[in-house]
Design a protein around this ligand. Sequence first.
Ligand SMILES: Nc1nc2c(ncn2[C@@H]2O[C@H](COP(=O)(O)OP(=O)(O)O)[C@@H](O)[C@H]2O)c(=O)[nH]1
Ligand SMILES: [Mg+2]
Length: 165
Amino acid sequence: MTRYLKVALMGSGYAGKSTLIRLLTDETTKLKTNYTPTAGMDCGTITLDSSTKVTLVEMGGQTHFEFMWPDLLKGSKMVVVVTESTPKAVLRTRQLLQKYRNELEGVQVMAIANKQDLPGSMKPGSVQDLLGIPTYGMVAIDPKQRLHGYKLLVSGLRDMCEVAA
Ligand SMILES: Nc1nc2c(ncn2[C@@H]2O[C@H](COP(=O)(O)OP(=O)(O)O)[C@@H](O)[C@H]2O)c(=O)[nH]1
Ligand SMILES: [Mg+2]
């Protein structure tokens, strides 16, 4: 029987959540798109092995969809917080983490410091210092980063659920 692990992607609008889902679900042709805000939620599925699939659930980042977040977080094995890497965006992400700290209690949380290709980006280590959770750099529009993203996801899940790599 196939088991489905739910991973929620959280973060402000424009952070790169939809792009990351496309990167990880192999839709490279759609990587460089114009920005289309996600209405409410979006999802994609990754097959990890013959018996395990991961459903990535994007929580639409615009404030008028935030009312759905507590429900979208329910049952998540892990939450990936995606942030742009400008100081302003990282501080906004820190506020989001504080606001949802009750819902996130006991859940494995990691951060992706996305858009590392843009000049003036904060390094993942500095982002981690501000957010207080394990943070990894990413360029979600770069197909060459797929394996990196996939490994981050698998290692996070393995810690949590003993998923084979
Ligand atoms: N330069 C750059 N742009 C990115 C990166 N990741 C996403 N984007 C762009 O940022 C915009 C917002 O991305 P999207 O995935 O829709 O953000 P979401 O609102 O968090 O789902 C889109 O125009 C993407 O092409 C990245 O790593 N570098
Ligand atoms: Mg989106």
